[in-house]
Design a binder for this molecule. Structure first.
Ligand code: PGA
Length: 255
């Protein structure tokens, strides 16, 4: 696919996969996707599998490692938390921040996600900052207001240079794990809106460069259509990233 920006396909494994299962999956992905150069590929296993998955893909030219969350702090008395420096020990390059499940169940706010984004950037990790409206918000026609607030809040105080490292993921909450995908037109409309907001908050150059991923029930069958939209620069894949066949097909269908 001829795109303005290099596509990025990230698999968010969420709270799935033992170490052995994670290794099985990533080894199969290596076989399927080891030679792919056209698209950036990222896998985000649970923390417990980072060490082994990291070793398994050490020589990979195509697959990079991401984490699903991190603390906004660098060290200290934060029981149960993991900081950027700990992720770096396993050659993690990307970190998903502000996923809607964390916004909903761990009550993460835009302010907290902003602090985490800054901590990630300070450690040279690439944050994948998630935004998206709930079904009630879409039905009340406030999608743009909600997404605008999230984008502005999460990226507040970042420099234009820092924005070069930031990836945004638009994930309508009503499409996550539900089998309901936003239509490609719905996705394109919000992606284009986000890009306009980035231009207003930073500048046109930043807006042209920033990658905006779509997430929410992405599958091999809907990948091509979604990725053909001009402002859709990749996907954040949940359920369909848990099997080598479906994740590989998503990557291949995006090329
Ligand atoms: P899904 O999840 O692909 O299972 O809908 C996407 C996500 O939550 O990142």
């Amino acid at each position: 696919m001829d795109k303005a920006r290099k596509l990025l396909i990230a698999g968010n494994w969420k709270m799935n996969k033992t170490v052995a299962e994670a290794l099985d999956l990533v080894r199969s992905l290596q076989v399927e996707l080891g030679l792919v150069k056209e698209v950036d590929i990222v896998v985000c296993p649970p923390f417990t599998a980072l060490s082994e998955v990291s070793k398994a893909i050490m020589d990979s030219k195509s697959i990079r490692l991401g984490a699903q969350n991190m603390s906004e702090h660098n060290f200290g008395a934060h029981t149960g938390e993991i900081c950027a420096g700990m992720l770096k020990e396993f050659s993690v390059r990307y970190v998903v921040l502000g996923h809607s499940e964390r916004r909903q169940f761990q009550k993460e706010s835009d302010g907290l996600i902003n602090a985490k984004t800054k901590a990630a950037l300070a450690a040279s990790l690439k944050p994948i900052v998630c935004v998206g409206e709930t079904l009630a918000e879409r039905e009340s026609n406030v999608t743009e207001i909600v997404v605008d607030t999230q984008v502005g809040g999460c990226l507040s105080g970042l420099t234009k240079e820092q924005m070069d490292e930031v990836i945004i993921a638009y994930e309508p909450v009503w499409a996550i794990g539900t089998g309901k995908t936003a239509t490609s037109a719905q996705a394109q409309a919000v992606h284009s809106f986000i890009r306009q907001r980035i231009a207003a908050l930073f500048d046109e150059t930043v807006a042209k460069r920033v990658r905006i991923l779509y997430g929410g029930s992405v599958k091999p069958a809907n990948t091509r259509e979604l990725m053909s939209q001009p402002d859709v620069d990749g996907a954040l894949v949940g359920g369909a990233s848990l099997e080598a066949r479906s994740f590989s097909d998503i990557v291949k269908n995006s090329i």
